[in-house]
Design a protein around this ligand. Structure first.
Ligand SMILES: Cc1ncc(COP(=O)(O)O)c(C=O)c1O
Length: 566
């Protein structure tokens, strides 16, 4: 015997409509009992007039129903509870925790693709047409509800039981079925989030799908391991820990101290630095910490020209600091030479190795560490860790840097992110990380060769690292258009200015293409050539939607063969 309970607020509009329509659908079968209740219902109220009328129109009479509050007895009797809104689900589960595994949101049973809305809207006090809409939403979901109830499964296959729900993001590792619609598919992971905040759940699910299905060629992006995500999605987010390990302002910091000290020790081992501050929330903040520690207002900085990817100029300037580091420079940066130049003008050398940190850690690019007084990096690019930054420096600058990061430019550290940074450094210290970085560079060379073969100019003739700049002008396409066309084909790149660009900045002459993310998926040279063919096919046929769709299908085939890290 199944006992189905529909729940809304007052049990006079939505849930009696659901009860009536479900009775009609089941034909009053003896093996399924149906009832309805309200989380704030007053006992004994008749259904609202329009609710009765719209049900009558559907051939079912609910005028005899009377409202009842949701009680523990009703919850315990029910085998399945269907709530009208996410808020109802939350209330039911808060009041009756034992209901967690049998409570569902009604609209999740609508046909995939029907809607992005999760709640059956409350029609009370509104016109008849609103009741009609409401009845039609409920009616659409009921055949799946019935099928689900008939299955006899309390929990949908793949859905975690509440006892298994933890703070980890483990559920995110579950893959959707090919072709399923993430925003409306059955609950299969992140069960708690799904119930509490279905809109954010949907956005995350859709993003997971996008990352899984598309080819990611943005040079500054990567896919972290599940271990990194578990650390980042952990209880460490709850802890205030202003200060540094063993020197905190607040109590209860013994565990976050362990995490931060591990991150520090591992970063030192990974990069061979004397001092590291692992607290910067991002690369920009790490850089600000260096500037605010070392420069006075009015001091000059000599930096690499963005569009030229690092061409040193302005030699007449006597800078206090030389900053080097790039986001679109495909060649080895000569750190010893930069140090020589810095010393010759009495400047501090500061290297921002955000893009190449993974290559440095994996031995595929010379390290700036012995040459620069300050080195910063983000942790989320080729290093494949959580989104964040770190600052490294010689021991003699340690106090200044630490005081500038906190309390100078930041407040409490993000301890969950620092824990995830520690995991990232641990992974980067493993021998396989070197193999991964070697493949990143090999793949970049293969991709550059493949794209060049199709008649595009690779700036500087190739690449030594993880990225390349593609000059599209030989084919008279601008970077903005290329980015948009490739997006439609499921290939993600970013538009980028190129040295001596003749196109305007918002429609520049190039795109930047990088291989860290596709290499994380396990792709090799062969796939790089396949990708270069796909890029060329899409750009060549950029106004032909049918070709773009075909390319997109090939992209899907490729990404399906190379799953995201689990
Ligand atoms: C070389 C370089 N440094 C710093 C940053 C800034 O990092 P974040 O976005 O973490 O502030 C970037 C961003 O792409 C970068 O390319």
């Amino acid at each position: 015997m199944k006992n189905v309970l529909f729940v809304c607020t007052g049990n006079i509009c939505r849930s009696p409509i659901a009860e009536g329509l479900f009775r009609r659908l089941t034909g009053n079968r003896k093996d399924i009992e149906v009832a309805s209740a309200g989380v704030h219902a007053v006992r004994g109220q008749p259904p609202s007039l329009y609710a009765v009328e719209v049900c009558a129109q559907e051939g079912t009479n609910i005028s005899d129903l009377r409202s009842q509050p949701l009680t523990g007895v009703l919850v315990d009797q029910a085998t399945h509870i269907f709530a009208m809104t996410g808020a109802h689900v939350e209330t039911i589960q808060t009041l009756f925790p034992q209901s967690a595994e049998k409570t569902f949101l009604l609209r999740e049973f609508e046909e995939p693709g029907t809607t992005v809305w999760r709640d059956v809207p409350d029609p009370i006090g509104l016109g008849r047409e609103v009741y009609e809409d409401c009845a039609s939403i409920i009616k659409n979901a009921l055949p799946s509800v019935l099928a689900f109830v008939e299955q006899g499964e309390l929990v949908r296959p793949g859905a975690p039981r509440s006892s298994e729900i933890s703070y980890s993001m483990d559920h995110l590792s579950r893959q959707f079925e090919p072709g399923s619609n993430a925003s409306t598919s059955a609950p299969c992971y992140g069960e708690v989030l799904r119930r509490v905040d279905p809109e954010i759940f949907d956005a995350i699910a859709a993003e997971e799908k996008r990352q899984r299905e598309n080819i990611e060629l943005i040079a500054s992006e990567n896919f972290t391991s599940r271990a990194v995500m578990e650390a980042q999605g952990s209880v460490m987010t709850n802890k205030y820990a202003e200060g540094y390990p063993r020197k905190r302002w607040y109590g209860g910091c013994e565990n976050v101290d362990t995490a931060e000290q591990l991150a520090i020790d591992r970063a030192k081992r990974l990069f061979g630095c004397e001092h590291v501050n692992v607290q910067p929330h991002s690369g920009a903040q790490a850089n600000m910490a260096v500037y605010f520690s070392m420069l006075k207002p009015g001091d000059k900085i000599l930096a690499m020209n963005l569009a030229h990817g690092g061409h040193l100029t302005h030699e007449e300037v006597r800078p206090a600091m030389i900053t080097a580091g790039a986001s679109a420079y495909p060649r080895i940066i000569d750190f010893p030479r930069l140090r020589q130049i810095a010393d010759s003008v009495g400047a501090i050398l500061f290297i921002d190795m955000a893009h190449i940190a993974g290559l440095v850690a994996g031995g595929q690019h010379p390290s700036p560490m012995p040459h620069a007084q300050f080195v910063t990096t983000t942790t989320h690019k080729s290093l494949r860790g959580p989104r964040g930054g770190i600052v490294m420096c010689e021991e003699k600058f340690a106090k200044q840097i630490d005081a500038t990061v906190f309390p100078g430019v930041q407040g409490g550290p993000l301890m969950h992110v620092i824990a995830a940074k520690a995991v990232c450094f641990h992974e980067a210290l493993q021998p396989q990380f070197r193999d991964y970085q070697r493949q990143v560079v090999t793949n970049a060379k293969a991709l550059a060769a493949g794209i060049g073969k199709h008649g595009y100019r690779i700036v500087s003739g190739g690449t030594d690292n993880h990225l390349m700049l593609v000059d599209l002008r030989p084919k008279e396409i601008n970077g903005k258009e290329a980015q948009e066309v490739l997006d439609r084909a499921g290939i993600t790149v970013n538009k980028n200015g190129i040295p001596f660009d003749t196109y305007p900045i918002f429609k520049p002459g190039g795109i930047r293409v990088g291989t860290p993310a596709v290499t994380t998926r396990g792709m090799k040279e062969e796939e790089m050539l396949e990708i270069s063919d796909l890029i060329a096919e899409a750009l060549q046929n950029r106004t032909d939607e049918a070709v773009l769709n075909r390319v997109r299908d090939k992209v899907r085939d490729l990404t399906r063969r190379f799953p995201l890290p689990s």
